[in-house]
Design a protein around this ligand. Structure first.
Ligand SMILES: [Fe+2]
Ligand SMILES: [Fe+2]
Length: 152
């Protein structure tokens, strides 16, 4: 289905810029989701402790779901399909705790970005999707804070 609800028919020039920047933010969001998926996979390999692994896996599983949701929104708004591949060379960490630390910041930055995307969407179904993603990222941040206190 193709949604036109985010267009202001009275000002095509303003639309051109607004819509383009929304698409840019959606692409940024998809890239972040891909990055985090790979990062959390790598982090799970850095521990043998099942309790630690489990905490990371919540986020690991959600990021693939989020990528699909953003991808769907992008296709509904543009009528185009897009595929952002998983990155192959992401930053490396000497220890799990430093990876956990940057993940807390990463999750909180994601909440900021997604709040911005949420404010640019008019379609209720798309806004609901963003709400779900934002609350998931807040949960990830909380889990990583818990993990940080467990590891230190
Ligand atoms: Fe996510
Ligand atoms: Fe996340």
């Amino acid at each position: 289905m193709y949604y036109n609800m985010d267009f202001n028919y009275f000002n095509p020039i303003e639309n051109m810029y607004r819509v383009r920047s929304l698409m840019e933010l959606l692409i940024e969001a998809m890239k972040d989701e891909r990055h985090d998926r790979v990062k959390y996979g790598m982090m799970m390999e850095m521990t043998d402790d099942p309790t630690v692994k489990k905490q990371i896996k919540f986020a690991y599983d959600d990021e693939i779901k989020h990528y699909k949701m953003f991808n769907q929104i992008y296709t509904q708004l543009t009528g185009r399909k897009i595929n952002i591949p998983l990155p192959t060379n992401i930053e490396k960490y000497d220890n799990l705790i430093s990876a956990v630390q940057t993940s807390i910041d990463g999750e909180l930055e994601a909440v900021e970005l997604y709040r911005e995307i949420h404010s640019m969407l008019k379609n209720p179904n798309m806004r609901d999707k963003l709400f779900e993603i934002i609350t998931d990222e807040q949960e990830h941040a909380t889990r990583f804070v818990y993990l940080y206190s467990m590891l230190k």
